[in-house]
Every structure is written in structure tokens, then in C-alpha cells.
Write a protein that binds this ligand. Structure first.
Ligand SMILES: [Zn+2]
Length: 396
């Protein structure tokens, strides 16, 4: 039995009505997820939350498979709607349930509601996004709708540390997708994200030679002096006009104040807007040469997320979201960010990717992290419309 399709304007209205009626349930669900702390590094904590998330999505009508890679925590693979027939492309929805916050953060950042702001670690990035996904599916079912394409989802355990266990799963799912919808938070002003910078992580190690700083300093090779030269050389590689920035955010080394430092390590963060710039920086870092004749340099690392570049197809996907937004009475903008997400992987495969479909709020990775609970229903309605992909010919 196939349901009679609802005209898009009416569909939008019904979705918002159903979701507004469920706003309190959405808030309580977000609080429940936030109460389960889930730092990327704590497998037991991750498994606890994965069990809860899995149960919630099963209750919402999805089938959920738990996939571990090596000894990773579970990555949850979701299926919803009609199963794919061979050759049919899916709508892919991506989220993650790990956070940057260590266990015990709730003691200093308790979950609290102030007006329409719900504060708590991991809510904005991105437990509220998961609730938006769950309730979008619930609303679709409640209205008797069936998505035109199969809906595939991945809720991963390690996005905040560069997705080591989930990257391949994401790329496998993306290859069969017509587009990818990413549940990260929108920009601070509510715009969706169609570009993200690529992210590189490198380590520079400098080997010098120790010597007594008073007796025979000339016999040493000063790794810090070499590092000082290299820091300036590395910052000179930046090209902000092209979107390329570098940061040396951590340096270590040395033994004591009266010893010429024999070694130094610098951790380098690189952000790029294009693959060409990624290649240029990579080559330049690997070609760094020592200024002090006897110093030795070793550069390791590389690009761990390719840049998410706005293609025409991604632009069309955004335009579609904008039209769907009009049906909901919201006007959507688009923008970009220097931060990476799993959308970088799908976009790099040529899959149109729309990011920032999570909840409005503020303070990702910051102590004032919060969501605006009033925006939960409309964001879930937008996601439901993107999933249902209605024929818009007769809309407006
Ligand atoms: Zn995130």
C-alpha cells in the first residue's frame, strides 16, 4: 500500500505541527544523551551511549547495525524506509556521538535550561543533531510518509579525533549516496555549510646535540634555535588569501636550563581550501631543511581531511534546502568554516554534501556550549523534508 503523497506545503505544515507537539520529548531526549558523557577516547563510555542511541533509533523505525573496526567503539549503521534496489542511490545522513569533553565534565558544566537555552557538554556538537535525526524519522513515520529513496545513516564514534575507525565506513556509504546530509551544527548565524577547509596535522622533530651550557656550549647543536628558524619558515608558508593557514600549537623538548637542548618537537595544524594548496604545503613541509649544519629534521603526518569544496551539485542541494526552508517559513543562508567534519570525506568523493543541519546554538568545544531548544522542531522538519525529497513542482 503506497500512501497518497501530501502536497509539499501541507507536508511541511504537518511536519512542524507534529514536531512542535513533540518539542518537550526532543528536549528530554537531548538531555538523556548529554547525561551519557562520551569522550572519543573512552570506549566503555562510548559503548554505553551507543547502546542508548541504537535503541532510540530502533524505536524510531530504523534498523541499526553496530560496526566496530579493530578495537574501536561501535559505529552505528542505520537503514530506514524502503531497502535499496540494485543501482538505487540512498540519502546519506551523517552524525557522531563522541564529544571532545572528558568524563566528569558534567560536574563543572551541568546540563541546565535557561529560558530557551539548554546548556551542556556535547549538546551542540552534536547530540542535539542526533535527536533532530531521530525525530525527523519519527515524524516521517507518524505522517505515514515513505522516503522516495532509501535512507542510510552512520552515527560514528570518533569524529572528534579525525574519524580513524569510521572514515572507510563513511566513504563506502557515500559512494552509494545521491547526497550527504551532515548533522553538525550550523554556523553561529544559522547558515548551513557548503564549504569546509581541509585539515592537516604534522609533527616536526628536530634532533640536535646536548652539551654543557657553561663549559662547552659550542659543542652542542641547539634544537630550540633550529626550531626558532623553522617556526618562522613554516608560518611563511601560510597564504590567507587562498584560505591557507598554519598554526604551531604545541612545542616540546629540552632537558634543563643548563643543557643545550638536544631535541625539540613541534605540532603543526594546517588548514587549506583547495587540494592544490594541500599539496603545496605538504611538499614544502617535507622539504624543510636545517639552518644549523648539524641539526636533523624529520617531518611526519599529513592531510587527515580533504577540503570540502562547493561544487555545482552541492550548490543545487543547498538551493533545494533553501526552497524547503521557505515551506517552513525560514530563510536559509549558506557559508563555510575552517573546521573539518565527516562531510569533508563525502564531498571529496564528489557526493553533494550539505552540512550544518544540526541544532542552532553556540559554543562548540567551549564551556558555554548550548542549543536553542525552540529551534529543534523546525530543524527536524527541514531534515525530514530533505530526506523525503518531495516533488517541488507544485510547491509554493
Ligand atoms: Zn561535531
Amino acid at each position: 500500500m503506497s500512501p497518497i503523497p501530501i502536497e509539499p506545503n501541507l507536508l511541511a505544515t504537518r511536519l512542524v505541527e507534529w514536531l512542535e507537539a513533540n518539542r518537550q520529548n526532543m528536549v528530554e531526549a537531548a538531555v538523556e544523551l548529554a547525561r551519557h558523557e562520551s569522550p572519543s577516547s573512552d570506549r566503555v563510555a562510548l559503548e554505553n551511549l551507543a547502546t542508548l542511541v541504537r535503541q532510540r533509533f530502533q524505536d524510531a523505525g530504523a534498523t541499526v547495525e553496530s560496526l566496530t573496526v579493530g578495537n574501536s567503539a561501535p559505529n552505528l549503521k542505520l537503514r530506514f524506509g524502503t531497502p535499496a534496489v540494485p543501482g538505487q542511490r540512498s540519502v546519506l545522513v551523517l552524525g557522531h556521538y563522541d564529544t571532545v569533553w572528558p568524563l566528569g565534565t558534567l560536574e563543572t558544566m551541568p546540563i541546565r535550561l535557561e529560558g530557551s537555552r539548554l546548556f551542556g557538554p556535547g549538546l551542540y556538537d552534536m547530540k542535539a543533531g542526533l535527536i533532530i535525526f531521530e525525530f525527523a524519522l519519527r515524524a516521517i513515520t507518524a505522517l505515514g510518509q515513505t522516503p522516495a529513496q532509501p535512507v542510510h545513516g552512520l552515527i560514528t564514534c570518533d569524529e572528534e579525533i579525525g574519524s580513524p575507525s569510521s572514515r572507510e565506513l563513511i566513504e563506502t556509504e557515500a559512494r552509494n549516496a545521491c547526497y550527504a546530509l551532515v548533522l553538525e551544527a550550523p554556523l553561529a548565524d544559522g547558515r548551513l555549510k557548503t564549504t569546509r577547509k581541509g585539515v592537516g596535522a604534522y609533527v616536526l622533530e628536530i634532533q640536535g646535540r646536548a652539551a654543557h651550557a657553561g663549559v662547552e656550549p659550542e659543542k652542542g647543536v641547539n634544537a630550540f634555535l633550529e626550531l626558532a628558524h623553522q617556526i618562522l619558515a613554516i608560518y611563511a608558508l601560510a597564504c590567507p588569501e587562498q584560505g591557507t593557514t598554519v598554526n604551531i600549537g604545541l612545542i616540546e623538548g629540552g632537558l634543563a636550563s643548563n643543557i643545550i637542548p638536544p631535541h625539540a618537537t613541534a605540532k603543526i595544524d594546517v588548514r587549506v581550501s583547495t587540494a592544490e594548496e594541500a599539496d603545496r604545503i605538504d611538499a614544502a613541509l617535507r622539504a624543510l631543511s636545517p639552518v644549523l649544519p648539524e641539526a636533523k629534521l624529520t617531518v611526519s603526518g599529513g592531510l587527515n581531511r580533504p577540503p570540502m569544496v562547493r561544487t555545482n551539485a552541492a550548490g543545487q542541494l543547498f538551493e533545494r534546502a533553501r526552497t524547503l526552508g521557505h515551506l517552513l517559513g525560514v530563510s536559509l543562508g549558506e557559508g563555510g568554516t575552517g573546521g573539518g567534519s565527516d562531510g569533508n570525506f563525502t564531498a571529496a568523493l564528489g557526493i553533494p554534501t550539505l552540512d550544518g543541519l544540526g541544532c542552532a546554538g553556540a559554543g562548540a568545544h567551549a564551556t558555554h556550549e548550548q542549543i536553542l531548544v525552540d529551534s529543534l522542531p523546525v530543524h527536524a522538519a527541514l531534515l525530514a523534508l530533505l530526506i523525503l525529497n518531495p516533488d517541488l513542482e507544485h510547491a509554493r
